[in-house]
Design a binder for this molecule. Structure first.
Ligand SMILES: [Zn+2]
Length: 238
């Protein structure tokens, strides 16, 4: 089990941690700031800093298959595994430029959910582009969506997450109805992401703290992937 510090504070760039195990070509730590691939969002890359100033590159973070609940920090194929032994103290440091791009795009996908009130059936967020697939028949307009995003960014809406218990969900059917994506059940509590007055939905990803922090994100392409799927592709304005 890895303590996932990024769930409660997406702005953390590094943390001290202890190596628990080597597994599946990577390292498992007791705690981490690395977001593992999931929910459509790419996993973080970065470095582990050792006490003697040596650095070990991490190419990607993902969920461990061998150790459920643990985050696997994947090493480059040529990495020297002998540097890392269980019990070793390290500093885990993410590639912040890359992560901040993920956060800006990810938060924009929430704005799109507000602008396009149709179910989402696919999502991919990388540092270079993001795409969101909507289950819908009607065409979408690139310029209209880009203008909608720019308006919500300019309005500077605060972005917050909070944990809601299932008991609270059960007691508030209106809250559940107002969510653009229905919350999963059976987990005891659900992490929900709220953009004031714009979007509310369960989400475990990393987001910026205010829509103003998104900056200039535009719709670069709209594709008709199938009769009932419209794909919206996002990019950073040049
Ligand atoms: Zn999200």
């Amino acid at each position: 089990m890895t303590e996932e510090l990024f769930r409660d504070d997406a702005t953390l760039r590094d943390c001290s941690a202890t190596v628990l195990a080597l597994s599946e070509g990577g390292v498992i730590l007791d705690r981490t700031v690395f977001y593992p691939l999931g929910g459509g969002q790419a996993g973080d890359a970065g470095e582990l800093l050792l006490a003697d100033d040596r650095r070990v590159a991490i190419t990607e973070a993902r969920k461990s298959k061998e150790h459920p609940g643990a985050v696997l920090h994947v090493l480059a194929p040529d990495a020297d595994l002998s540097l890392l032994t269980p019990g070793l103290a390290v500093t885990a440091q993410i590639d912040w430029d890359r992560r901040h791009r993920h956060m800006r795009f990810h938060t924009t996908t929430h704005l799109l959910c507000a602008l396009v009130p149709h179910p989402v059936d696919g999502c991919s967020i990388t540092a270079g582009y993001a795409r969101l697939d909507f289950h819908m028949l009607e065409p979408l307009d690139k310029e209209t969506l880009t203008a909608g995003i720019a308006r919500l960014v300019a309005e500077a809406h605060p972005v917050r997450h909070r944990w809601i218990s299932e008991a609270e969900l059960d007691a508030n059917p209106g809250l559940v109805r107002s969510m653009s994506v229905q919350p999963p059940r059976g987990l005891g509590r659900v992490r929900v992401l709220e953009i004031d007055g714009v979007d509310l939905q369960p989400c475990g990803g990393t987001h910026v703290a205010n829509t103003a922090e998104i900056g200039a994100v535009v719709v670069t392409k709209i594709e008709k992937k199938s009769a009932m799927t419209r794909r919206v592709v996002l990019g950073f304005a040049a």
